[in-house]
Design a protein around this ligand. Sequence first.
Ligand code: AMP
Length: 283
Amino acid sequence: MKLIRKISDLRESLKTYDDKSSTGFIPTMGFLHEGHLSLIKKSISENDVTIVSIFVNPIQFGPEEDFGTYPRDLKKDTILLESFGVDILFHPEKEEIFPENFNTTVKVSELDNVLCGASRPGHFDGVTTIVMKLFNIIDPDIAYFGQKDAQQLIIIKKMTMDLNLDVKLKSIPVVREKDGLAMSSRNIRLSEKGRKSANILNRALKISKETIVNNKVFDPDLIKELIRKMIESEKSIIIDYIEIVSLDLLEKIKKIDMNNTLVAVAINIDGVRLIDNFILGDI
Ligand code: AMP
C-alpha cells in the first residue's frame, strides 16, 4: 500500500494504473472500525484499485465542536488498511487541502437545513466541499458511503446529480457493535457508564421499527414519542433531535411511508455526539 500525502503525488500515482481499471474510493476521517471496513471490503471486491482517504476535515466542524479531540491513530489505521489490501491511503495535511487563500464552498441547499444540518450550521457545506475536492483529485468510478450518515449520503447523492459528476455512489447498511450500538470513531470517548446508556439509542430505534412494521403504526408523532420516552429513561442523555422525514427530500411527513422514510436520532452523552437511524426504502 502506498501512503501518499501530496495531491500531486497522488495524481502521478493514479496515472500508473491502466485506464481500464476501475477505482473505488472511501473517504474517511480515520480511527477505523468495522463500519469503515465494510465499505473498504466492498470496494476491494468490486474494483481493481481501492483508495482510502483519512482526513479529519476541519471545515465540517463548528467552532465549539470536537475537531481537536476527534480520535486519531494513523499507525493502527495504516496497518489495518495494508492488511486488507488497500492500494493507496491518501492522508494529506490540512494545508495541502485548504491552503490559506482557500475560498470556495460547495453547498447543497434545502437538504442541509434539517436534522444534523439544523444543529450543525455549515457542517454539510464542509462535507460537500471536501468530498467534491476528493472526487476531483481522485476521479473514482465508485465511491462508498455508510447509511449511518444517511443525511450525508442523501446530500452527496444530490450534489453528484446536480453537478453531473461522473461517479457512482454505493451505500452500505449501518454496522453495529454486539449490543447494537452503531459503530463510530467517537464511541471510544464515551465513559463506561455512557457507553452502557448509549445502547438505548439502538433499542429505541429497533422497537420503533417493529412498531411500524408489525403493528402498522404509521403516525410519525406516535413513533417519535415512543423513541423519546425510551431515550429519556437514560438520564445522562441529552436529545438533540428525533425526526421522521421522507428519505428523498428529508421533509416532515404526516404518515410513515414504508418505501420512503428516514427515522433519525442525534443525542449527546458525556459531551459526545452520537447519531443513528433506520430507513424504510432504498438509498
Ligand atoms: P467517518 O470516518 O465517520 O467520516 O466515516 C467514513 C465513512 O464510513 C462514511 O461514509 C460513514 O457513513 C461510514 N461509516 C461510519 N460508521 C459507520 C457504520 N457504523 N456503519 C456503516 N458505515 C459507517
